[in-house]
Design a protein around this ligand. Structure first.
Ligand SMILES: *Cc1c(COP(=O)(O)O)cnc(C)c1O
Length: 484
């Protein structure tokens, strides 16, 4: 398709006939054309008092596990701090009712938000320019990999492989496969870092890029990142940064200085947008200078003191989403960063690392840490000792629910046997962490005193232990009161 067709600016005005061609019959009365059997005469509304209705919905809402009610240490895809005030601001009509087709002179404020967020994220990461179009981390990866692909093909390079460590999030190989790349896996060393010797052997001139998560999914900082970067760049390959969870490093270390060329940050994880139940989210995809000409369009730019949407990008990969992405998520990230400020950004990093290491130290004599190294924002334990005594990682995770704690991520990363991946996040109090530690130790003891109890867990929830496969394939979404 002609690129121009896609990137031309949207019309600033349009009329109804664009959507309703004049050939459609005019209808005055819907009943004339809807068959009788589909017409509803009288709505069978239940007649209930306000109290009954409010209680019904309040009680329904309490059947859900929520971060507003309980500790939620789900590792890797963790929802971090989502201040209620940010939600409140994002729900203001001034933002909510904006329309992407409005003339730029009426949307200067919204454009400024995106312009400024771009500036702040560039400062934190060392990148040169961000796009906010992608609506999730995986979507950001796809965007980044498409830019890498365009970059190589512009240079007439035939590169068809992407290197990904065995500890990576599953979206990494999926995204590179969607761009037509072959995945080459590099092993991790026993301490959980990229095996440099193997990386060196596998990097040649057919490699387009390496996708790397840092801290990796074991929660460890890749100490040899500068060597990794050198190995790849020497062979003409690029380095992609999966920064879905950026809380451990922000304000401390810049991905650009580690040698990364493209990065994505999940605004819905690190930067204050609640996620779960499917979104909406947003990934900010940032690039260094050499990839700026490949960004999706439009990006926000400034001429004089006027903000505008810039469509003129030389080698753009095109649009990856309509307009400029999920604006309210972008807005919340901006408010979040403004509110915590330069110092706050660093405190987030310090506290996230402190909290994870606190849990690691307190539990290391009971559960085996996946690595002996200091962890960053999350800690992975192996429950093999518990498994040998009869309770698997799954059993322990289920038992935690009875204590009002959401299970950590289980059986990921794949390279750790009986893995439980814990991310406490930077905003949990010491007493919450202490309670989690106490409960984990209690469950460990319970294996020897009352294993049946663990096997039956959870017993405090409306639905007990389900058949995991059946629950996913044949979900039963209607809740019925017990006995009905
Ligand atoms: C969550 C996550 C992703 C994917 O992000 P989505 O928004 O779920 O698509 C990718 N990589 C890592 C390390 C993640 O934690």
């Amino acid at each position: 398709m002609d690129r121009k067709l896609i990137f031309d600016k949207p019309p600033t005005s349009y009329n109804n006939t664009d959507f309703f061609p004049p050939s459609l019959p005019k209808i005055n009365n819907a009943e004339e054309i809807i068959p009788d059997k589909f017409l509803r005469k009288e709505l069978p509304l239940p007649s209930l008092g306000e109290l009954d209705v409010v209680r019904h919905y309040t009680n329904l809402s309490r059947l859900n596990f929520s971060v507003d009610a309980n500790f939620y240490p789900l590792g890797s895809c963790t929802m971090k701090y989502n201040p209620k005030l940010n939600e409140d601001i994002a729900q203001k009509n001034e933002f909510l009712l904006l329309h992407p087709y409005q003339d730029e002179k009426y949307t200067q404020g919204a454009l400024e938000v995106m312009y400024e967020l771009n500036r702040i994220l560039c400062e934190i990461t060392g990148m040169n320019q961000f796009s906010f179009q992608p609506s999730a981390g995986a979507h950001g990866e796809l965007t980044g990999m498409l830019m890498i692909k365009s970059f190589h093909s512009l240079n007439k390079e035939k590169r068809y492989k992407v290197i990904i460590p065995d500890s990576a999030h599953g979206t990494n190989p999926a995204s590179s496969a969607m761009c037509g790349y072959e995945t080459v896996v590099v092993k991790s060393t026993p301490s959980g870092l990229v095996d440099i010797d193997e990386l060196r052997k596998k990097t040649d001139s057919t490699v387009a890029a390496m996708m790397l998560t840092n801290p990796n999914t074991l929660g460890l900082f890749e100490e040899q990142i500068l060597d990794i970067s050198e190995i790849l760049h020497k062979k003409g390959a690029l380095l992609y940064y999966d920064g879905a969870n950026f809380n451990a490093l922000m304000g401390i270390a810049k991905p650009s200085l580690m040698g990364f060329d493209v990065i994505h940050l999940n605004l819905h994880k690190t930067f204050s947008t609640p996620h779960g139940s499917g979104g909406p989210g947003a990934a900010a995809v940032g690039v260094t200078k050499k990839l700026c000409d490949f960004l999706p369009v439009p990006v926000v730019d400034k001429k004089g003191n006027k903000f505008y949407l810039k469509y003129d990008i030389k080698h753009t990969i095109g649009r990856v989403k309509s307009f400029y992405g999920n604006f309210l998520v972008i807005l919340k990230a901006y408010i979040y960063l403004l509110r915590i400020g330069r110092k706050g950004i660093r405190r987030v990093a310090y506290n996230s690392v402190l909290n994870a290491n606190y849990i690691k130290e307190k539990l290391k004599n009971h559960y085996i840490p996946a690595s002996d190294k200091k962890c960053m924002h999350e800690v992975v334990f192996s429950c093999v000792k518990q498994k040998n005594r009869g309770a698997s990682a799954l059993d322990i995770a289920k038992r935690l629910i009875d204590f009002g704690i959401h299970p950590p991520t289980m059986y990921f990363p794949l390279i750790v046997k009986e893995a439980l991946m814990v991310e406490p996040t930077e905003t949990e109090s010491k007493s919450t962490l202490d309670n989690f530690i106490k409960v984990m130790i209690e469950i460990d003891k319970e294996i020897d005193t009352n294993i049946e109890r663990i096997k039956r867990a959870p017993s405090t929830t409306p639905v007990g232990r389900v058949n995991e496969t059946k629950a996913a394939r044949f979900p039963c979404l209607r809740w019925e009161k017990p006995g009905e």
